[in-house]
Design a protein around this ligand. Sequence first.
Ligand code: TYD
Length: 204
Amino acid sequence: MFISFEGIEGSGKSSLIKNLKNYYKNHALDVFFTKEPGGTELGEKIREILLDPTSEIDPSSELLLLMADRVHHVKNKINPNLNENKIVFCDRYIDSTIAYQGGGRDLDDKDIEVMIKMLKLPIPDLTILLDVPVETGLKRAKERSELDRFEKEDIDFHKKIRQSYLNLQKKYPDRIIIFNASINENDVFEEVLNYIKSKIDDRD
Ligand code: TYD
């Protein structure tokens, strides 16, 4: 089973995934946690380039760097773990590309969807979308640490990303489940965990 996690900057994705990791550490279930960009050695290098605020990258090159990371990651980590019947939890995946490069950078969503098909990327069984207002998310991100190349973009960029995520959820309501992430992080964790558990039970 393949589960991805999505959301704008400061949506609380990292805390949620930390809590899930902790929870599943003490469970017999076979789980594998990974992330994009950066789930492999090559990916870590690509991630550094992408997040470095001094990198000058045009939108199409950005898209191709992210896709290079993804293809390598799918081949070397995601598919092998899925083939071993593990539950794969991935922090960001294809919907990030449609939201950030499609919505945020104004590339054509349809072209990105064609690439996803062409590259035979597996589609998650479930996508958890954490939704918060952009102002709340950016405030959290600013309090957390130094801003990276994406976080440094203006508020309109982040608003377009949030809107694109909401559109994606409407387009794929069976796969993408939205959670209000404005509430406290423990409540978000409980809600998401219960949802994931029910999906895993359904599968068995
Ligand atoms: P990261 O530090 O992992 O951010 P976060 O904690 O918000 O997940 O940085 C990943 C950044 O890469 C994030 O700003 C979103 C961006 N990104 C894209 O623009 N497109 C993509 O396809 C992916 C996977 C990430």
